[in-house]
Ligand binder design. Structure first.
Ligand code: NDP
Length: 310
């Protein structure tokens, strides 16, 4: 069993920014990275919209730099997954976190920055072929389909961005949008429609992913006419949004219908004193690296102020 002032769970921009601020405030934070050290940005290539990088920076490099910055001020970063938590409802009480390797952490404050994970359609044929041609990250896996025909599902900014990314690598991208319009911003939609090798299909959904060991095609249907069609592809990319990583906090922290943590007013405070939430785990609206970093900073300041009042 180890005692700490501040435990940070998660290693995206929110977690590392919280660590930088908490370490500089001498809270000697301990940070557990979770199963995907660096978080969602490690699956991105170029990050062009984070202030301070006029020439852009690739996601994995940015996360390594954030980690170094957090460590420079004394954050202890450990690779590992927190399996469960037991929060004290008492003000000033110790919160417990149980790590997969059996370590038990008792923390005065906990900052939750566990982020969100990509959603899948849930079709049995899709699940069977995950890793065999079905992917939720075009930037991670698109390269494997160089020169081949692929499909992408979704009509949001992620789907639009990934469709244009794939169109650069692959010979053809079929984009399946379930409604008669896209949810993506006008600028992103424009990028899609002006890309010649994107075949945009509105009102289309997947009936079945075809193939035994690897993806060989799709049976798709028009949800207006019911008409079915088979297309040949080797890669299927799912870009239909994310689910917050909050399972371990169920029945302890207040969440909305989709499982996003609820924070109080403009703060990062949860319903439990000494437990704070930052980044995508509590934000389904902005979901940007810079907004996640901003709330990470807020969580560390909230934790510091809470400790001062004990
Ligand atoms: P969104 O929730 O915005 O979009 C999800 C898309 O997937 C919608 O088109 C939705 O359709 C569709 N969808 C959901 N479930 C299914 C299903 N079962 N079958 C078929 N289609 C489905 O998620 P994103 O990941 O695209 O974006 C998340 C947030 O991140 C947004 O706020 C976005 O603006 C932001 N973002 C910004 C970027 C940028 O600015 N560069 C890049 C990427 C994301 P429907 O519309 O019918 O519900």
């Amino acid at each position: 069993m180890e005692k700490v002032k501040t435990l940070i769970i998660g290693s995206g921009p929110a977690g590392y920014t919280a660590a930088i601020y908490a370490a500089r405030a001498d809270l000697k934070p301990l940070l557990y990275t979770g199963m995907e050290p660096g978080g969602q940005l490690t699956t991105t290539t170029e990050v062009d919209n984070f202030p301070g990088y006029p020439d852009g920076i690739d996601g994995p490099t940015m996360m390594v730099e954030l980690q170094k910055q957090a460590e420079r001020f004394g954050t202890e970063v450990r690779i590992g997954h927190v399996n469960s938590v037991e929060f004290s409802k008492e003000r000033g009480g110790m919160h417990k976190a149980y790590v997969e390797d059996g370590t038990e952490i008792h923390a005065q404050t906990i900052i939750i920055s566990t982020g969100a994970t990509a959603k899948y359609l849930g079709l049995p044929s899709e699940q069977k072929l995950r890793g065999g041609g079905v992917s939720a990250c075009a930037v991670c896996d698109g390269f494997f389909y160089k020169g081949q025909e692929v499909a992408i599902v979704g009509g949001g900014d992620t789907a639009a961005e990934e469709a244009t990314y794939l169109a650069n690598i692959c010979s053809k991208v079929t984009m399946l949008v379930r409604k008669d319009k896209m949810r993506a911003s006008k600028a992103m939609q424009h990028r899609v429609t002006k890309t010649q090798n994107i075949d945009l299909r509105y009102n289309h959904e997947i009936d079945e992913v075809l193939g035994d060991q690897v993806v060989e095609g799709l049976r798709i249907f028009n949800n207006q006419t019911g008409e079915k069609e088979e297309i040949k592809i080797t890669g299927l990319f799912i870009a239909i949004g994310h689910k917050p990583n909050t399972e371990i906090f169920q029945n302890q922290l207040d969440m909305d219908d989709e499982g996003y943590l609820i924070t109080k007013g403009k703060s990062t405070k949860t319903n439990i004193p000494g437990v704070f939430a930052s980044g995508d785990v509590q934000d389904k609206e902005y979901r940007q690296a810079v907004t996640a970093a901003g709330t990470g900073c807020m969580a560390a300041l909230d934790a510091e102020r809470y400790l001062q009042t004990l």
